[in-house]
Design a protein around this ligand. Structure first.
Ligand SMILES: [Fe+2]
Length: 333
């Protein structure tokens, strides 16, 4: 780990996936994006404001009074007036507020998953988008992915990613974070990985890569396990990630545009060691040779098929994320 820590951030310039390219998203066209790492929203002031907002929401007329904030057990109001996205925000707050010390965290997560499973694009006043033909040079300048910011506290962030047809969010991590993805329209494939130890921290000998890496790149290589590739639609439940399981993923829009609700807890925060890192899957010489072998010979390599070697890389040039306004019900947390 020490070698990794000694590397300068400047050499990698790793940035959050919500970072936009200002020159690509003129402010006259798009409203300012509220990135996850907006420092104004990550202060103690915002935390206190979040707590007071939660209290205020729960005290509004029409909200049942049996809510018990002091016990930490908040029952969802049984009214149909509170927008579903507001209920999700409240439940995300109580679920992730103190996840490690809470005795009934499983119940809270179950309630949150139930609420998130029910959400649809219409609940957020988002109209599913259609595939468009080639937009020529103008299309190339449009961001492949846009983000609608819904809310953020120190506990969690929530927003919507909208992917153009064929767009991908490259393989990236969520350090020490929990997360949920819920498709709102379209179809996405989610490729999940678990990062294992950096090869330099153990006595394992890394394989030979094809093409070979230079010595400096070798310091940024991670061994990992391919967890799964699954398809999600609006009828699917959420795709979950935790600090240790399915923490790295790549999200591909399949068969047309797609959008998904994204909840992260806690939010990305570079100052708190939760920056977003991108990864490239490396091919080994052995894998290349396996491609030319018979099925029987390939079977001998099967035990290694779940292993993947990842190279930490800067944000890919062909990926950037623009911003657009969130049209749904206001959320107060
Ligand atoms: Fe992600």
């Amino acid at each position: 780990m020490s070698n990794r820590n000694q590397r300068t951030k400047d050499s990698l310039h790793l940035s959050s996936i919500t970072q936009q390219r200002p020159e690509q998203v003129p402010s006259s066209i798009h409203p300012p994006v509220r990135p996850w790492r907006d420092p104004v929203r990550l202060t103690d002031v915002s935390c206190r404001r979040a707590e007071s907002s939660l209290t205020r929401v729960l005290s509004e007329p029409g909200v049942p009074r049996q809510l018990n904030l002091s016990s930490g057990q908040i029952k969802m109001p049984r009214d149909n007036k509170t927008p579903l996205i507001q209920k999700i925000a409240k439940q995300a707050y109580v679920t992730f507020q103190e996840p490690k010390s809470s005795a009934n965290v499983a119940d809270k997560q179950s309630e949150l998953i139930s609420l998130v499973t029910a959400v649809r694009a219409a609940d957020l006043k988002i109209a599913p988008r259609k595939s468009k033909g080639s937009a020529g040079a103008a299309g190339l300048q449009n961001p492949p992915v846009t983000y609608m910011h819904i809310c953020e506290t120190e506990v969690f962030s929530m927003g919507v990613f909208l992917l153009r047809s064929g767009a991908s969010i490259p393989l990236h991590d969520h350090p020490d974070m929990n997360g949920m993805i819920k498709v709102l329209y379209g179809k996405v494939n989610v490729h999940c990985f678990d990062k294992l130890e950096n090869h330099l921290t153990v006595n394992s000998v890394p394989p030979h890569f094809d093409p070979p890496l230079d010595p400096l790149q070798m310091a940024s290589v991670w061994r990992s396990i391919r967890r799964s590739v699954e398809e999600y639609t609006e009828n699917s439940g959420p795709c979950l990630l935790t600090p240790l399981k399915d923490n790295l993923h790549r999200v591909d829009a399949v068969g047309g545009p797609a959008a998904f609700l994204d909840i992260l807890a806690p939010p990305y925060n570079q100052d708190d060691g939760r920056d977003c890192h991108y990864y490239q899957i490396l091919q080994t010489v052995a894998e290349r040779e396996t491609d030319g072998k018979s099925g029987e010979e390939q079977g001998e390599e099967k035990e290694k098929e779940d292993e993947a070697w990842l190279l930490e890389v800067p944000q890919p040039e062909d990926f950037w994320c623009g911003g657009e306004p969130y049209p749904g019900p206001a959320v107060s947390v």
